[in-house]
Design a protein around this ligand. Sequence first.
Ligand code: MEV
Length: 436
Amino acid sequence: MSNFVNGFSKKNKLEKIDWIINNHFHNNKKAKDILLRYLNDDLSIQNLHDEFIENTISNFYLPFAVAPNFLINHKYYTLPMATEESSVVAAASKTAKFWASRGGFKTEILGVEKVGQIHFFYNGSFFKLQSFFKKITKNILKNLKPITSNMEKRGGGITSLKLVDMNDKIHNYYQIFVKLNTADSMGANFINSCLEKITDTFKFFIKEKKFLTENGEKIDFVMSILSNYTPNCLAKASVSCKVEDLEKSNDLKDRKFVENFINAVNISKVDTFRAVTHNKGIMNGVDSVVIATGNDFRSVEAGIHAYASRNGNYSGLTNAYIQDGSFHFDLTIPISIGTIGGLTKLHPLVNWAHNLLGNPNSNELMQIIAVAGLAQNFAALKSLVTTGIQKGHMKMHLLNILNQLGADQIQKKEAIEYFKTNSITQKNVREFINKK
Ligand code: MEV
């Protein structure tokens, strides 16, 4: 209990750091130095970071990289990617180049619908509730105007408002299910503000009209919150080329390459253990771009994984098949992101990433993100069914191992040369360094 603290958030940054270092690090100077070294000397940036969240004591950096040569709908993009995983950017770049010479990626938006829910319990008659809800819907929408009018000007707003009977799941449970279009913003604040306003209006009319509770019935509002499951906010990315072309392209010149590639995709459709790893590879690409563009990767992750289970079984998100002598490979995923609001303009590097992409609108960014996911899955499966994943992975991981072992620049250069033709393991690298 000695580490219990009251009023921590009231301390200034240095006081917070000192408290942490005293109480958790036995006053260790090195531990304090690490925090201080990661602070930004440019105060305009540091102050921004300090105010993004509470109790900021340092910054947490991820490598920020770019992957060029992504030909998407006949336009070249250089993708910003923030990730710590060694081989992700290299795989993206290699795949981008590969498909650029085969017509590039094609993408489309299959929907932009966002969702919000108001969860409540009512122990009266459903028909009474339904007729009351119908009566007040106009007033609900009217009361929402101050919140929705701006969004409507940008092409968004509420697209539907429905009362849903959930009694088959929990006794007396109902929802107001709201569908929205949030234009170029991710829309979390907009959706939640709308939902809270709807709840307030609903409550007001219940009190005013006393119609729902006139016989002593009870109505209890539990919560009003957006849903991060957006199965109708979808982007699709695809590639295709002649089967022979793909067959020839694999590193092992393995004639069964395409067949095994398709087998690998099909395995992910029927086996959850494989499906999760398959989709994790897709998320390597998706998350890197989502993070670099300042979007909420937790909500994108949660939504995509739920979508992978939409048919009752968690399964792989890509499809691969042969049709009329051509190989087709595609990915459809829900991506709820924004290109305005949130961190997009506020965080200088995020803003830079948007500039790099040519300041896309949210539909365009959704498509770019879907491409990043498809490219990553292509790279992973291409390695897995030919050389195996470790060859490329360890090549990229070599520098991490060398850094861990404290190798200097000359040793690194020599090691990179040596391990071009020798197998990279922690043990082999250590022995190589020790011999030098
Ligand atoms: C590693 O981060 C991702 C892979 O495991 C994905 C896959 O197995 O498809 C290589």
